[in-house]
Design a protein around this ligand. Structure first.
Ligand code: SF4
Length: 446
């Protein structure tokens, strides 16, 4: 089985900066001041009959990967981490005391940064603290992003005991030269040991995060990465494209002394990775995920229950996600609210018993309609349009995409063609009235 490759002509034409559309409107367009009282209203109006999800952000890492685009800080001592945890607990109290019910939690996701930097003991204490205000039970899926360099058999055992049932291991690339260039050394043998130990400890849902487009990567080394990843049988893989945005992330400048793969190479590498995974029995999920048939994402895709949120593709059906911690985003039915990214502001707000919120977006009916269209394109590569000729859509761009056979229309159904799948984000951008082509903050389409 082979993933269809786009022609080089189309790659040259459409490899442009476009949002990843993990939300619509994207976080770049959260420009509403959200009053404290409005956030309190959103939290206190939750429907007790509906499960919610929680996202907890840990904005620290032990080492800085030079490709990193996350909200994080490399720290060598534990003191800033402990101080942060103190305020994170205060935030949980503030949010918890605002709720008017004790909602059931379907998913808890620890993201970062490096969540495992706080240690299994602190993760346990955080879950217990959340349990004061939220209903957490055996059906609650608890996921954590893991930096394997900070993982050892003892921690694995502790994570299993506290009920972590899915881990995402940041693998990125198994080649020592690439690892050295990006400042992330983690031998493949360690990955083998970790996966074995996780399974032995009963943590059976294992995701790998891999990357394409890093400096020194070659087509051959992507082939080897794919083979090595497959040999460890992860349930799910996310294959992220490296976003080189040194004007926003200054440390990425350090990578410019190495050859960085261009558009054609990245596209070929994506194809090589996809072919290997498809031939190994994985199912392609959206633009950059792959799932084994025993993974819930696989089933979600087949049953139309696949969604996209700030963590990427998900089978989580919760309408509400409450984000806790610096930079985290809460998602409600008609609004997004984002916490501050400034550590001092985060602490100062909580000292004054305020929500540490900074900005957000209250969605109009039109936003909600576009959000549905964009999510369908990103998840299923097709969407039904009520009004194909709606002048508010970017009809000129849609016409051009149609001429280039990136999309086609089956009646009122917009379908992204096999060749066009590499440009799904460009297609989605036709429905995003806030997107401007000259915006330099986004990763390129391919
Ligand atoms: S471990 Fe992850 S979050 Fe931390 S610096 Fe590396 S890429 Fe960034």
């Amino acid at each position: 089985m082979s993933a269809v490759r786009a022609s080089y002509h189309l790659l040259e034409k459409y490899d442009r900066p476009v949002p990843r559309y993990t939300s619509f409107p994207t976080a770049a367009h959260f420009n509403h001041d959200i009053p404290q009282s409005y956030h309190a209203h959103l939290l206190s109006s939750l429907n007790p009959a509906k499960s919610i999800s929680l996202y907890i952000h840990i904005p620290f890492c032990r080492y800085l990967c030079h490709y990193c685009g996350c909200h994080t800080k490399a720290v060598s001592s534990d003191q800033p981490v402990q101080t942060y945890l103190l305020y994170l607990h205060r935030e949980i109290t503030k949010v918890g005391e605002t709720l008017s019910c004790r909602p059931h939690v379907s998913h808890i996701h620890f993201g970062g940064g490096t969540p495992n930097i706080i240690g299994a003991g602190n993760i346990k204490i955080l879950i217990e603290k959340l349990g004061v205000y939220f209903e957490i039970d055996k059906n609650t899926q608890i996921d954590i992003e893991i930096d394997p360099r900070l993982l050892n058999p003892e921690t694995i055992n502790d994570l299993s005991i506290i009920g972590i049932n899915r881990v995402s291991l940041g693998m990125q690339d198994f080649n020592p030269d690439v690892q050295n260039a990006v400042n992330r050394i983690q031998p493949f043998e360690k990955a083998q040991e970790d996966v074995l130990a996780l399974r032995e400890a009963g943590i059976r849902n294992i995701n790998f995060d891999m990357m394409i487009g890093l400096p020194l990567q070659t087509r051959e080394n992507i082939q080897l990465n794919a083979e090595r990843a497959i040999s460890l049988s992860p349930d799910r893989l996310a294959v992220f494209a490296y976003a080189h945005v040194p004007w926003m992330k200054k440390h990425q400048k350090l990578l410019e002394k190495y050859p960085i793969p261009g558009t054609r190479e990245r596209h070929d590498m994506n194809g090589i990775m996809a072919d290997s995974l498809l031939n190994a029995g994985y199912e392609a999920i959206g633009i950059d995920h792959f799932a084994h048939e025993n993974d819930p994402l696989f089933k979600a895709k087949k049953t139309g229950a696949l969604h996209r949120n700030f963590q990427g593709y998900t089978c989580d059906q919760a309408e509400t996600i409450i984000g806790l911690g610096i930079s985290s985003i809460s998602s409600f039915k008609g609004a997004f609210v984002q916490n501050t990214t400034d550590p001092k502001e985060y602490r100062d707000s909580l000292k004054e018993n305020l929500f540490p919120i900074r900005r957000g977006r209250v969605l109009t009916d039109d936003d909600l309609q576009r959000s549905r269209i964009i999510e369908q394109i990103m998840c299923y590569f097709e969407t039904k349009l009520e009004d194909v000729e709606n002048p508010d859509y970017n009809l000129t761009q849609l016409d051009e995409l149609k001429r280039d056979k990136i999309i086609r229309f089956d009646g009122d159904q917009l379908v992204v063609t096999e060749e066009g799948k590499s440009f799904a984000r460009v297609v989605a951008s036709c429905f995003d009235p806030y997107y401007k082509l000259e915006e330099g903050r986004h990763a390129r389409a391919v």
